[in-house]
Design a protein around this ligand. Sequence first.
Ligand code: TRP
Length: 438
Amino acid sequence: MPAKQRVLTGITTTGTPHLGNYLGALKPAIAASHEDQNDSFYFMADYHALIKCQDPQALHQSCRDIAAIWLALGLDTDKATFYRQSDIVEIPQLAWLLTCMTPKGMMNRAHAYKASVDENSRQGNADIDDGVNMGLYSYPILMAADILMFNAHQIPVGKDQIQHIEMCRDIAARFNHAFGEHFVLPEAMVHEGKAKVLSGLDGRKMSKSYGNIIPLFAPTDELRRLIGQITTNSLAPGEAKDPDTCTLFEIYSAFSSREQSDAMRLRYAAGIGWGEMKQELFTFLDDHLSEARNNYNRIIADPGYIEAELQKGAHKAREYTVPFMDRLRAAVGIMSVGAKVQVQAPKAKAKKDLSPAEQAKADAGKARAMAIAKQREAEEQAAVAQRIEAVNAQWQAKGASAEALAELCMQLEGEISQAKKKTRKQLQQVLLAVREFA
Ligand code: TRP
């Protein structure tokens, strides 16, 4: 029998999961945990939450809430390992070992960090790192520690997390190269299909950050109210409507069977009114979710039960992480004074010794690395182009005081000192232009 696949995923404990999280992450994760070939690890990422949430009450409540949701949806905690990130004290320890193996430049490219930098540039903020804490900056490293701590193979995540998994692989490979083969390189498991991305109340992607969500277990009244707020167009009852551009239909069909959504399509063609459709969606969802919601209400009222489940999970998880962390510490040379350091440099096989299968794997790996490098270069180029545009807009628009220009020059010098060769040249040119102008 092939070894079990370790499937691992975490949910950051900010806010409450919404219908989109349920379809995109929770539901497939629970389904995966029932597969015999899988060994599942699911956790509440509470240390990750600290990056953007500094409200102790909210963080605490969200952790309890998310734990209750996993349990209400029927996660089998005897089969899966279900835990709270902060209970596994080895995770932040590993994060430090990995931090020391991570090039700073790699973190400069992380999407979440870059989005903040771009936003600051766009607003003409002289401090491009304004509002960025080191937690956000090294977020991908903590996430890598979550994954590598259990040597997980498959990571079910949304598209926005693919880059983090690539970084995790990169960091793991660096560690392996330096200290021996300790880590499996994980793969992102991205769910395609109808549940890919769900739209929210305003028609944009349903997301905490847009404030357009429907919480998974919203009480009946709130569910009705939120569905009432979903944006529609101005077509009157009786006029034929397009289900494929309609958020109401999208949510309905994400939960309903094929037959049910086909039947609903006919009602759209026949001109169902928006009021009627909202009522239909409400009744359908309210009914569909009622059993799990009842479980949830029962569980959330019993914190002792939730805590006991989490302790059970932490105990199970640490049977693995405590000895593994000892091994990793020893691998880098941190151990008792009398112990002997085992240096186990990885032995790369000579190319001629590889079997055709190994050769193919090595070639595929190389091709993948090249594709990643190419993509990074394109990203870098796009970032520089954007930066240059922002700089130009800044000095031209302001009519720029001498002071502002001097500051801009200083900033650019800083960026140039950090930039790679190709982008350095481009930035140097802008700097020259700004200096000339000043
Ligand atoms: N970054 C993930 C998110 O925001 C949450 C997360 C933290 C995670 N650690 C992880 C997901 C490890 C998968 C594996 O959605």
